[in-house]
Design a protein around this ligand. Structure first.
Ligand code: SAM
Ligand code: CA
Length: 280
């Protein structure tokens, strides 16, 4: 939909009836030049009318992540995911949990591709793992790799309560070793529908090298934190010291992905940036 904004709600009312379950509707211009995230009196007169329409229409997508979370993500976030965020909130590394807005896109990708057999590299307490387990079919499988089982144990009761633990094969291991082990069995080559990577950033390229072999053609690999707090788009000397190492890894990784003929990519500025790859 890319027509008159005051009618977006009218179009939507009709389109949700015309489009099948699991079908997609895309609305253009929902940020309206960024004005939906600004106060009304700071917005030029010419934008105001459509801003009002779009605020009403989407209560959604703007360049303020809190706005997106509160109006789009949290209202649709499944209860078990809220629970796993709650049990993680008091953990010292709570910030490592996948951003719920990025998670929402991952759920969309999993559903749209009908993913059944998946891999996760970097589990922590299990937000993205639980999201995947809740989204794939009853007979779906997730190979979940993390070198630290203690973190996984924090979220495991929530996963168990949600009734999806049977879909998870948790492997406590260094991720390169675990992926190499999977590759030893040639039946695993090109057999996975989807992979999500959210572990140590200096190894992203090592994971990519292995995952493009494990994921099937047209399968999806999602890499988290590819914007690294926005630092990849800033000059090195304007970036805090603590971000520099990760920034260097991700700059190299992002460039390598863009140059890799094995994948087609889309970097979505959700959470801390996710790069979505489709194996070409
Ligand atoms: N996706 C998780 C979530 O939604 O909560 C967050 C993952 S957290 C950012 C990164 C995880 O990667 C940590 O649990 C850490 O133990 C794991 N990790 C880091 N380096 C690793 C490696 N070389 N091999 C296996 N796991 C690793
Ligand atoms: Ca992350």
């Amino acid at each position: 939909v890319d027509a008159d904004k005051p009618n977006y709600l009218n179009y939507h009312e009709r389109l949700v009836k015309l489009v099948k379950v699991n079908g997609v509707i895309v609305y253009d211009n929902t940020l309206w030049y960024g004005s939906v995230a600004k106060s009304e009196n700071s917005v030029p007169e010419i934008l105001k009318e459509a801003r009002t329409s779009l605020l009403k229409f989407n209560k959604a997508l703007a360049d303020d992540p809190q706005y997106i979370l509160e109006t789009n993500v949290y209202p649709q976030e499944p209860e078990p995911l809220k629970e796993i965020r709650a049990v993680t909130a008091s953990h010292p590394q709570f910030h490592m949990g996948t951003a719920p807005d990025a998670g929402q896109m991952m759920e969309m990708l999993l559903k749209l591709t009908g993913a059944k057999k998946t891999i996760e590299v970097g589990v922590y307490t299990g937000y993205s793992l639980l999201l995947t387990a809740l989204t794939i079919p009853e007979d779906g499988k997730i190979v979940a790799i993390d070198r630290n089982r203690e973190y996984y144990e924090i979220g495991r009761p929530v996963i168990e309560k949600a009734g999806v633990e049977h879909k998870i094969d948790f492997i406590e291991s260094d991720a390169i070793a675990a992926l190499d082990k999977l590759l030893e069995d040639h039946d695993n080559e090109g057999s996975f529908d989807y992979a999500f990577v959210d572990a140590d950033k200096p190894n992203y390229l090592n994971y990519h090298e292995r995952l493009v072999k494990l994921v099937k053609v047209n399968g999806v690999i999602v890499y988290d934190n590819t914007l690294w707090y926005g630092s990849v788009a800033k000059s090195e000397n304007s970036v805090p010291e603590i971000l520099k190492e990760g920034r260097t890894s991700l700059l190299k990784f992002n460039k390598a992905l863009a140059d890799d003929p094995q994948v087609k990519i889309s970097m979505a500025p959700l959470g801390d940036g996710i790069t979505i790859c489709r194996r070409a």
